[in-house]
Design a protein around this ligand. Structure first.
Ligand SMILES: Cc1cc2nc3c(=O)[nH]c(=O)nc-3n(C[C@H](O)[C@H](O)[C@H](O)COP(=O)(O)OP(=O)(O)OC[C@H]3O[C@@H](n4cnc5c(N)ncnc54)[C@H](O)[C@@H]3O)c2cc1C
Length: 456
């Protein structure tokens, strides 16, 4: 029984088909037959970059996934060559890489996964059912109690195994409480007070801005406004504006262009002038980093597995959430394959989940902790060092393609942030820092003439 037919739930269903004859995926929404927005996934209105590691994982779990996205209008993007990244130090260098992503709307990504999952033998989607609680005891879940939203009646669905893939708003703590689990699940929340505002635009078929996607980075502590433009199906751009605290973009259509014009680079506003808005502004503030430390709870039901955002939700600007959701599904499969040991598969899974989450969590939170308005635990010296070093990597990436490539491998989750400490990258980054220190003969960071974004 899988609660939630979002990214984690769909890929969990795929993982479970190797172990169970019947897998039921329950969702409270009416699941659309095609790529349509739905209320259970409000974040679906915003840019959803499925970075390289996620795309490759999707391909491993559902071979042909990327091709289907492309056939439905998804746009192939080489992150090294096609994505222009503006940093406080200038434009990142651009060169061909093997770091591929497919630009597509979140509804399309989900629709392709949903179609593929429903073709698998034994998988059934049960939509318009809202899971209210789990029944059983602290050792084992016996059934999932769901309200049929059409009939307004409840049913108990008996189960051998339960996956909570109900996303950022998961009711897991309340469910565990009613099962009689004695301890609350410890949580860490680091909230950078980030806001999103998004509109879809029709791209001009004739004008070429010199990039296929453009990212004006937020950068702690001082660059508190940013934006992303990405190509998606049907000749459209998805344009998301980003801001921290009082710099959050407004919710009115009239706020959109002035905010774009206020960014550190004029590139975004310039591009929007060549495009036609298709939708009103959608906003989101559901952007805090929230991690549940399930590995630290002594008694959890042995057949309950928590996946995706229900286990750990990230500040979305780092575009890690869907990839981590897929990786948690893959980990579920691995843990169920392993021979039985003293610990239950769920206990093993939650221990390894914590290790899996460590790297993306560090990347998202170390930088976020440097924004002055961020709420949550104080940063440690090691995290501050890492965040400072990351800025030096960004600066070096503006004129050293090899450093930029190393950064992009971390951004696309092919490498963990620790890879940036590899001797070659470290040396090149430090060399760049020394060369550009004030008083040296090199350029001063932040004062470089920005390379035109079309430059390779
Ligand atoms: C503004 C924003 C932008 C983002 N951009 C990116 C990005 O660029 N790249 C990226 O990788 N990630 C991005 N993310 C993160 C990404 O959306 C999530 O990480 C991902 O969707 C997690 O998948 P999930 O299956 O865990 O949860 P979700 O996809 O949220 O799915 C949860 C599902 O559970 C269902 N549900 C919830 N409660 C119940 C219940 N009680 N009973 C029945 N059904 C229930 C919901 O209807 C929904 O279908 C972004 C997030 C936000 C907020």
């Amino acid at each position: 029984m899988v609660i939630g037919a979002g990214i984690a739930g769909l890929f969990a269903a795929r993982a479970l088909t190797g172990h169970f004859r019947q897998v039921i995926v329950i969702d409270r929404d009416a699941l659309p037959p095609d790529a349509a927005h739905r209320t259970g996934v409000p974040q679906g209105a915003h840019v959803h970059a499925l970075f390289t590691r996620g795309l490759r994982t999707a391909e491993e779990l559902l071979p042909g996934f990327a091709d289907t996205l492309l056939q439905r209008g998804g746009q192939r993007i080489d992150v090294g060559a096609d994505l222009a990244i503006h940093t406080p130090y200038g434009w990142g260098t651009r060169s061909a890489s093997n770091l591929e992503v497919v630009g597509a709307s979140r509804p399309l990504i989900e629709a392709v996964a949903r179609e593929r999952i429903t073709l698998l033998p034994g998988v059934r989607l049960l939509d318009r059912h809202h899971v209210e609680r789990l029944t059983g005891n602290k050792y084992r879940v016996q059934a999932v109690r769901a309200r049929d939203l059409q009939l307004d009646s409840t049913i108990d669905l008996p189960t051998q195994l339960v996956v909570d893939a109900s996303g950022r708003g998961s009711r897991l703590p309340a469910w565990l409480d009613t099962l009689g689990c004695p301890e609350p699940v410890p949580e860490t929340v680091i909230d950078p007070q980030l806001g999103y505002a998004t509109r879809l635009y029709r791209r001009s078929p004739t004008s070429d801005p010199g990039w296929r996607a453009c990212y004006s980075l937020l950068n702690a502590p001082t660059t508190t406004r940013g934006a992303v433009i990405a190509p998606i199906e049907d000749q459209r751009w998805i344009v998301t504006l980003l801001g921290i605290g009082p710099d959050r973009p407004g919710r009115h259509d009239n706020d959109f262009l002035p905010f774009a014009a206020s960014l550190a680079t004029p590139e975004i506003a310039r591009a929007l002038q060549q495009a036609t808005p298709l939708t009103h502004v959608a906003t989101s503030r559901a952007t805090a980093n929230r991690r549940r430390h399930l590995d630290q709870v002594a008694t959890l039901p042995a057949n309950l597995f928590v996946l995706g955002d229900a286990a750990c939700a990230f500040n979305p600007i780092y575009a890690q959430g869907m990839t981590v959701a897929m990786l948690t599904a893959q980990l579920l499969d691995t843990c169920l394959r392993e021979p039985a040991g003293p610990a239950s598969p769920a206990a093993r899974y939650h221990r390894r989940l914590s290790k899996l989450i460590d790297a993306p969590w560090l990347l998202a939170t170390a930088a976020d902790q440097r924004f002055p308005l961020t709420q949550g635990p104080e940063s440690s010296a090691a995290r501050r060092l890492m965040a400072n070093y990351l800025n030096r990597v960004l600066a070096a990436g503006t004129d050293d393609p090899r450093v930029q490539h190393a950064f992009l491998k971390v951004l696309t989750m092919i490498d963990s942030p620790a890879a940036l400490a590899a001797p070659a990258t470290l040396l090149r980054t430090l060399r760049h820092s020394v060369r550009t220190m004030p008083g040296s003969t090199g350029q001063i960071p932040g004062r470089q003439a920005p390379a035109p974004p079309s430059q390779p």
